[in-house]
Design a protein around this ligand. Structure first.
Ligand code: MF3
Ligand code: CO
Ligand code: CO
Length: 275
């Protein structure tokens, strides 16, 4: 028996709006992500845009799951060997850094959760490749989504692609159901076996947000109670979208004018055959 909620048409409309707004925060912040800017300044700018321009609430601020201390900032900024939940502060981004900005807004009670990677200055070959493979992992997972598919199908394609490229998949954190609640059932693992775990049904909404490590998959928790790093200090990348299961497949809810285009394997599969 699964406890995964099926969203109503009104919920879905609310989630489309929250998703677009979440994506628009990333569009807004993109030109500011440069050598010399501090992660604290990026947080301040996003927070101000959410509250003053969008009329949204930053879901992370004071978010306090059981066993945690309240999260102190509006966004997560995870640089290089930080896997996730990096807390913005006074450290400036430098040439060659890779940073994930994870934004979750609340609009009319609904959550829109998404993240993108930014390569600062001149990226290394490794940073570029890790970023590209992680983006492909997210989209390969998204492309599995349709009624009747299983959650294990998503995890499987992500794990295969990451490991084929010599990378590893973080196990301790996963995608999640989302709606009026920030994190709800199901857990969306980024590894697994085809045909296992829950069957997807139209009206389910969850995130896909693979964390892919350049080296080994082991994590290390920092003393601030939030920041998660790679144990081997090698870089980690992450991309995230919020996805609706539709009657025929999927709809990405976290889209806006500045969303990076899907990889060619998605757009080619969707395109009509050429005579
Ligand atoms: N946005 C993150 C996710 O994708 C969760 C961040 S929780 C926070 O699920 F408190 F650290 F912000
Ligand atoms: Co999420
Ligand atoms: Co997120």
């Amino acid at each position: 028996m699964s406890n995964i909620s099926i969203k109503t048409p009104a919920d879905i409309e609310g989630m489309r709006i929250a998703g677009r707004l979440g994506s628009e925060v990333l569009d807004y912040i993109t030109p500011f992500v440069k050598v010399g800017v501090t992660t604290g300044e990026l947080d301040r700018l996003c927070h101000e845009y959410m509250v003053m321009v969008q009329g949204t609430i930053p879901a992370p601020l004071n978010y306090c799951p059981p066993g945690y201390t309240p999260y102190p900032k509006a966004i997560c900024t995870s640089v290089n060997d930080v896997i996730c939940h990096g807390i913005p502060g006074d450290k400036a981004l430098k040439d060659g850094d890779m940073v994930n900005l994870d934004i979750t807004v609340i609009k009319d009670g609904y959550h829109g959760d998404n993240s993108r990677m930014f390569l600062v200055g001149k990226p290394s070959i490794l940073a570029k490749r890790l970023n590209e493979v992680t983006y492909e992992c997210m989209w390969l997972g998204i492309a599995q989504v349709k009624p009747g598919a299983h959650l294990g199908d998503i995890g499987h394609v992500i794990q295969q692609h990451a490991e084929k490229n010599g990378y590893s998949v973080v196990r301790e954190f996963c995608g999640h159901g989302i709606g009026k609640v920030f994190h709800e059932e199901p857990q969306v693992l980024h590894y697994g076996r085809p045909g296992t775990l829950e069957r997807l049904e139209a009206g389910m909404i969850f995130t896909i947000e693979p964390m892919i490590n350049a080296g080994r998959r082991e994590i290390k928790e920092m003393g601030d109670g939030w920041t998660i790093k790679t144990k081997d200090k090698k870089p980690s990348a992450q991309w995230e979208h919020t996805i609706l299961v539709t009657e025929t497949g999927y709809e990405v809810l976290t889209v806006s004018a500045g969303s990076p285009p899907p990889p060619a394997f998605i757009t080619q599969a969707a395109a009509p055959a050429v005579a």
